[in-house]
Design a protein around this ligand. Structure first.
Ligand code: C5P
Length: 293
């Protein structure tokens, strides 16, 4: 039996590449992307309870739509398990920021409850359930460095990318139904073949690093139109020395790799204290080896 309560880290992610190949008939887009979990994390504590209950330190997230809550209900419905759980969710990842926080919470809940409830589901079974919760959730069942295809739900783990430090800047810009709105701004001129992603994949498989000039995000091109006010954040970030700036997923968070940790700390402090913005220094996060969590 696992020790209870069970505490899990749910890491954020950035897309090192994000290419859209084209529009599909089901309203989604076919993508090819290399994703990387980073050490900016939410924390979940799961303990046995009579029902499924969520407590979150951000009151607005304590709703039936919360993906962690939906993950728990989905797992119970799919397995016929009659157990309950109290999920305590401490947010460390900015919300609706393009960093995958909600999706990561959902994947952590699936993995954690699989252990807590003694269900014994395989990773493939968890991935199948994860894909019902959102396109990014299957990636978080694996974590680390991985390639995603299809609408994002077909995930192939890669060797860890040799990626050190990055600075993230999370602007306070809200756009309703953001992910759908961003995809909706794409035209066929934005569609690419996947070659940029395959180039980075080969580099990572070859034991190489992920050089900044290999990064790509299709949404960069529509970001200023989609997020009013983003341009000022971007330009300030650039003027402070960040060079290869990309949107994190569907934004509005932007990130830039930095050569050294000290450079990253300086940049983060400037953004935070001189401008009063939400900024983070992060590095790649790899899941514990062989662990179910
Ligand atoms: O899968 P998820 O719920 O995250 O997707 C939210 C919305 O983003 C979808 O309803 C769809 O409009 C858009 N989307 C897309 N192509 C993808 C993933 C998401 O068009 N590959």
């Amino acid at each position: 039996m696992p020790t209870t309560p069970l505490t899990l880290k749910a890491p954020a992610k950035v897309n090192l590449t994000l290419e859209v190949l084209g529009r599909r008939d089901d309203g989604y887009h076919d993508i090819v992307s290399i994703l990387q979990t980073i050490d900016l994390c939410d924390t979940l504590t799961l303990e046995p309870a009579d029902a499924i209950i969520l407590e979150c330190d951000r009151a607005a997230l304590q709703s039936p739509d919360n993906l962690a809550l939906r993950a728990a209900h989905l797992l119970r419905d799919a397995t016929g398990c009659e157990k309950g759980t109290r999920i305590r969710l401490q947010k460390g990842i900015p919300v609706a920021a393009g960093l995958g926080g909600g999706s990561s919470d959902a994947a952590a809940t699936l993995k954690g409850l699989n252990v807590l409830w003694g269900l014994g589901l395989s990773r493939e079974e968890l991935v199948r359930l994860a894909s019902k919760l959102g396109s990014d959730v299957p990636f978080f069942v694996y974590g680390g460095t991985a390639m995603a295809q299809g609408r994002g739900e077909q995930v192939r783990p890669l060797p860890p990318a040799d990626l050190k430090w990055m600075v993230l800047l999370a602007p306070a810009i809200e756009v309703p139904r953001k992910t759908a709105a961003l995809y909706g701004r794409l035209t066929p001129s934005h569609f690419t073949s996947g070659a940029l992603t395959r180039k980075l994949e080969a580099r990572i498989r070859g034991g190489g690093d992920a050089p900044p000039q290999f990064l790509f995000n299709v949404f960069d091109d529509v970001a200023f139109d989609a997020f009013p006010g983003l341009e000022r954040y971007w330009q300030t970030f650039y003027s402070l020395g960040a060079r290869e700036i990309h949107l994190a997923g569907s934004g509005p968070t932007v990130f830039a790799p930095v050569s050294r940790k000290e450079v990253g700390i300086a940049l983060q402090l400037l953004l935070q204290h001189q401008h009063g913005w939400q900024a983070y220094l992060a590095s790649a996060w790899q899941p514990p080896e062989g662990g179910k969590l």
